[in-house]
Design a protein around this ligand. Structure first.
Ligand code: 0O2
Length: 227
């Protein structure tokens, strides 16, 4: 393929348009980062309040990320989304993601309820893969939440995907993700079966640990004085 060299004016024009697009993309990603930080702050306040005033911390750890440009491009291609900012905004709702790992299943729902009850949080979509796990055994509670971000130009609503799960669910999902990646999605059938069985075992462990936790924290039986 032969290319015609650009004269200085055309080159400058192309450069300036490319820079404008780069800046616009950076601004676009920043909006998601700010939305993510709003959710992180809300979760961190809930965690501190629980720790200091209820002597109990339901959150094990929190991880956040803004989707990489490569991953956004891959999703645009996979879903056949128009490659303009408005379409990406409308159709890709997990550009900002926060994963909250809790101790027990009850904490997952408690955290979800506390976060979504806040006046400035709007719930757009909820996918409860704990009540209805994926066929491979994947469990987590997913929610697309919108939060306001106050920019110098005014407020904007930013969607953030929040995934709530237990430590056991997180352990399983992290290994499953590595196996999925290693086999580029073509995981051998026996491994798929083992993974699904492991997800069941993780769910049983969750139930057992939660029962133990309740037993350990149940008020001690008061013995009659004359015994
Ligand atoms: P990353 O790097 O974690 O963001 P889609 O987003 O199109 O793939 P959908 O239906 O829009 O699918 O979203 P869904 O089902 O709510 O789940 C998307 C995210 O949940 C994934 O993000 C994973 O983080 C997690 N997830 C869902 N199913 C599985 C699973 O079977 N195994 C594991 N390990 N994680 C899962 P991404 O974009 O794949 O990656």
């Amino acid at each position: 393929m032969s290319t015609v060299p650009l004269d200085d004016d055309a080159l400058n024009q192309t450069l300036s348009e490319a820079r404008e697009l780069r800046d616009e993309f950076q601004r676009f990603l920043h909006e998601y980062e700010f939305g993510m930080r709003e959710i992180e702050t809300k979760i961190s306040i809930l965690r501190d309040e629980f720790t200091h005033h209820h002597s109990y911390n339901p959150i094990e750890h929190v991880k956040s990320r803004v989707k990489s440009p490569d991953s956004i491009v891959e999703k645009i291609a996979r879903r056949g989304i128009e490659p303009d900012f408005a379409s990406i905004r409308q159709h890709i709702t997990d550009i900002a993601g926060v994963r909250v790992t809790c101790s027990f299943v009850a904490d997952v729902y408690r955290l979800f309820d506390l976060l979504t009850a806040q006046d400035d949080v709007t719930v757009r979509i909820v996918k409860d893969y704990i009540a209805a796990p994926k066929p491979n055994g994947y469990r987590s509670l997913h929610a697309i939440l919108e939060v306001p971000v106050f920019l110098s130009s005014g407020p904007i609503m930013v969607p953030v995907e929040v995934q709530f799960r237990t430590i056991a669910m997180d352990f399983w999902a992290s290994l499953e993700h590595k196996i999925h990646y290693k086999f580029q999605g073509q995981v051998p059938a026996h491994l798929v079966g083992d993974l699904t069985a492991a997800a069941e075992a993780a769910s049983e462990l969750d139930a057992r640990m939660e029962r133990l936790h309740h037993e350990a924290h149940a008020p001690l039986a008061v013995l009659p004085l004359d015994v």
